[in-house]
Write a protein that binds this ligand. Structure first.
Ligand code: DC
Length: 229
């Protein structure tokens, strides 16, 4: 769009490699990387801290009245704050993943976060990752990528990540949870996980990181020709 910034939407199920790929691509191309899942995770963490059931719309709606969630971007790293406290690491806990999937199905939560996400894309060139970026948040994005990989591949990645952070979970537990979350995210009535009609589908099963990164960089360069001429 003339006079506005470039935006790239990367959607897909958890563990497809969206965030690592999007962060690296943004770093190489000088775009801001926005991980929108972190916003849902921060609200989920607040619910857990306050003993609010993350699927209970009435209680969560009350929580939204006092919620103070914000993102800060520093040198390619996204920091997440809840009521002024840095919760960047806390929101990665396994319980938070589950609660985030529940809380993200609530219309009040999605409405609460929609404008914030759009505002970020108005400020600068962004690569934004999530579930509904191409379909709902930035339907006019210059490029939409839907990134998938086989569930076993995704569970293996998540398991390695969680184990590295000291979590004591088996691969089977991670796979089971991932399948439940996939189903939740894809079957919720509002902003379900699905590719936008004009999204480029990219299946990273069996790819190395650099193969997937090269594909994504090429797609972005082709979609934003004036920026990379
Ligand atoms: O990408 P993630 O695993 O950090 O996301 C956490 C949860 O938030 C996940 O269950 C899906 C949900 N989510 C969403 O509904 N819409 C987004 N744009 C991003 C995440």
């Amino acid at each position: 769009m003339p006079g506005s910034h470039y935006s790239v939407a990367i959607d897909g199920p958890s563990g497809a490699g969206k965030s690592t790929l999007a962060r690296r691509a943004a770093g190489e191309l000088g775009f801001l990387y926005v991980d929108t899942g972190a916003l849902y995770r921060a609200l989920a963490l607040q619910a857990l801290q306050e003993g609010v059931p993350p699927g209970d719309e009435a209680s969560v709606a009350l929580l939204l009245e006092t919620a103070r969630v914000s993102l800060r971007h520093e040198g390619g790293t996204q920091l997440v704050f809840l009521s002024g406290l840095d919760v960047t690491l806390d929101i990665r806990a396994h319980e938070v993943s589950r609660a985030a999937s529940d809380i993200s199905a609530l219309p009040a939560v999605r409405a609460f976060l929609l404008d914030r996400q759009r505002a970020l894309a108005r400020e600068t060139d962004v690569i934004m990752d999530g579930r509904d970026i191409g379909t709902v948040v930035l339907p006019g994005a210059d490029l939409k990528i839907f990134l998938t990989a086989a569930p076993e591949d995704r569970a293996r990645r998540r398991h390695t990540e969680l184990t590295a952070r000291g979590a004591a979970l088996t691969y089977d537990e991670v796979l089971r949870d991932l399948l439940i979350r996939d189903k939740n995210d894809a079957e919720r009535p509002l902003a379900p996980l699905k590719p936008a009609p004009d999204a480029v589908l990219l299946d990273t099963t069996g790819n190395t990181f650099s193969q997937s990164l090269a594909l994504i960089l090429r797609l972005i360069r082709d979609a934003c020709p004036e920026r990379f001429q």
